[in-house]
Design a protein around this ligand. Structure first.
Ligand SMILES: Cc1cc2nc3c(=O)[nH]c(=O)nc-3n(C[C@H](O)[C@H](O)[C@H](O)COP(=O)(O)O)c2cc1C
Length: 200
């Protein structure tokens, strides 16, 4: 069975060698992110996913914040040098997408549907995961590389302050993106028999 989606899914990889040599404008990327997330499902159509798309100094600011936060907890100057080099690879991209969850909606649902109250945080996270993967794949379709990073909660306060984000939006992930300066490495897969079952 030929599937365009499977081919596209295979193109979505974690790209760590990023550059800022992309042809798309910030407005085009923003529109792509918006349309992709609007078409991603959330539990009860609760639309808990929030995304902030940053370019130029705003994107660099994220990685400055990460660097500052990690410097405070660095075990040694040598270890921090390695950390700095890694962060520089994220800063080298064309932009960064922040992914957040609107916890106001999650708490409202917990209140409104007590039977399912224990599920809403998980479902919000699942909705976010779907949205992230969809955006990651949509970027790959345009020839743009990305990876998914998690420096929250270390950076939460500084990020909220820097971009004046509502406190109810909980930071969940950071996605640096840009031109693909080197391809992704080889990836291992578990044996299909360990992962899938066909029962008919
Ligand atoms: C929920 C989730 C969290 C991840 N967190 C990180 C992360 O914090 N840092 C990172 O470099 N990669 C992170 N990744 C990327 C995975 O390591 C990567 O997707 C996996 O190794 C498969 O490689 P691929 O993305 O090239 O297919 C994350 C991926 C997922 C789905």
């Amino acid at each position: 069975m030929d599937s365009q989606l499977v081919k596209l899914a295979a193109r979505r990889r974690s790209i760590y060698a990023l550059g800022d040599n992309i042809s798309q404008s910030p407005e085009e990327i923003f529109a792509l992110v918006k349309e992709t997330i609007k078409n991603s499902p959330t539990s009860f159509n609760s639309q808990t996913v929030r995304a902030v798309v940053l370019f130029n100094d705003a994107s660099n600011k994220v990685w400055d914040i990460v660097e500052d936060a990690l410097q405070k907890i660095a075990k040694s100057p040598e270890a921090f040098k390695k950390t700095q080099a890694k962060i520089a690879t994220f800063r080298a991209g064309a932009g960064t997408i922040l992914y957040l969850t609107d916890t106001t909606i999650v708490h409202q649902l917990e209140n409104d549907f007590p039977t399912y109250a224990a599920n809403f945080a998980d479902w919000a996270e699942q909705g976010l995961g779907g949205a992230q993967q969809a955006v990651w794949t949509a970027l790959a379709e345009q020839g743009i590389g990305a990876s998914l990073q998690h420096y929250n909660p270390l950076i939460d306060d500084a990020i909220h302050e820097a971009f004046d984000l509502p406190r109810e939006w909980q930071l969940r992930a950071e996605m640096p993106f840009g031109s693909i300066e080197a391809p992704a490495g080889a990836k291992d897969h578990l044996d299909d028999n360990q992962v899938f079952k066909l029962i008919k």
